[in-house]
Design a binder for this molecule. Sequence first.
Ligand code: SIN
Ligand code: FE2
Length: 235
Amino acid sequence: MTARRSASLQLDLPGIAGAAARGAGEHEAVAGACEALAPGAVVLRGFARACADEIRDALAEIVAAAPFRHMTTPGNRRMSVAMTNCGAFGWFSDRSGYRYSAVDPDSGRPWPPMPAVIATLGAEAAAAAGFAGFEPDACLVNRYAPGTQLSLHQDKDERDFDAPIVSVSLGVPATFLFGGLRRRDPLARVRLEHGDVVVWGGPARLRYHGIARLAAAEHPFAGSERVNLTLRRAQ
Ligand code: SIN
Ligand code: FE2
């Protein structure tokens, strides 16, 4: 699993020229707006936009140490979303199930540490959403290519559900599906753009959610791809 060209390049190629070419006046959400999704759940529009470049640099280092990989589900299916982690714990899936581990099972080494820019963003977003004192110890990094999706699920592999989930959207826009506490509950469809942060906790902590099939688009952050960080308190 070493020396894979695709691992770090996905993040550092298409951006720079695109950034200059991308003019003002394109549709972007209003930074700072806070939209309620449900009791305990909000979208903080543009909350991560100012630190996105710093996050991008940090991600290049993370991916160099712990490359993106397609994990296997307990049902032995390959996940279409590519994943890696940073922080004291990382989420992973294999035929034995879903769990957190302090080591990357591909390398046997600890996951790369969580950069301060990511931990601080998580704490500030959680506080802005009403969850003061959030100290994430795990950050799952998801990379979506066009056409990939994340099926409806609950985040429930954490030791307790007191801490919220903080989810940072980077790159091309996606449609976030946000449901209720039962899988069959109706879904809200929420367009998430670069820099938007969703926080769900308290009564919303175990709501079902997912990402609809990613449409083809381009964004300076990562070309045609979307990158999502979910910050959690695993232990
Ligand atoms: C997740 O549920 O782990 C990721 C959600 C997202 O990509 O926005
Ligand atoms: Fe999730």
